[in-house]
Unconditional design. Sequence first.
Length: 281
Amino acid sequence: CWFCIMVMLVLLLSMLGLAAGGKLLVVPVDGSRWLSMREVLDGLRQKGHEIVVVAPEVSLHIKPLENFIMKTYPIPFTKEEVDGNIHSFSQDVFEEGSFLERFIKIYQRLKIISANALSTCTHLLYNKELIRYLEESKFDAIFTDPILPCGLILAEHLSLPSVFFLRAMPCGLDFEATQCPNPPSYVPRMFTGLTDRMNFLQRIKNLICDIPNYFLCIFFFQPYAKLASEFLQRDVTVLDLFCQASIWLIRLDFVLDYPRPLMPNMVVIGGVTCAHKKLPQ
């Protein structure tokens, strides 16, 4: 009967609506972090999701692609400056030396990078035309690398659920934001070269090496708290922004990385961007 046919059509159309892809706002971080994120976005695009990437006009690896909608904004830096800062930081991270030497080098390099990143974020948030477009686009979620909290501020402004994509966070902010255990007697700190099995003296070393992280965290992230408070027009801390994350996608693999505590909304996805090849018999 015609009535039965109409009911079937309505049910089919409603099911198609449920199967439709979502609209995802992406705020990436340039460099190798973007290259890893791009692989995941390619998979999401193939599943029917609409991807909108927001990036500065000058960047190292973030380029317009057919699979994504790219929205750019101007920044006061040349490509040579951007390239030089990222390459120099990469060299400093992988240089050999004592913990103190490496920490000082990375600290000095981070001062430059963090100032540039903060300026870039400010130019994004106060680009009225771009912000108006984002407000009117009705996104379903935001996908961002939280190492630079600009995406977090946008998520708060747009009232969007956020998905974090990261390898590691300085100062243990990921532990603090998720209320995840982080005992220095069990979890080795960055640059220490320690494992998850430490004797008493190694535990003391691990604890001492964790102290500079608090100063690094204040230095690097505190300006974003001020920027967020001014932009959102209310008092906001960086920890407030991190606590809003819905899901933490962490690029760890406990085959290569030392075990650490996890919370239910922290998903380990190490190897997600690796090529899959069949092993010889």
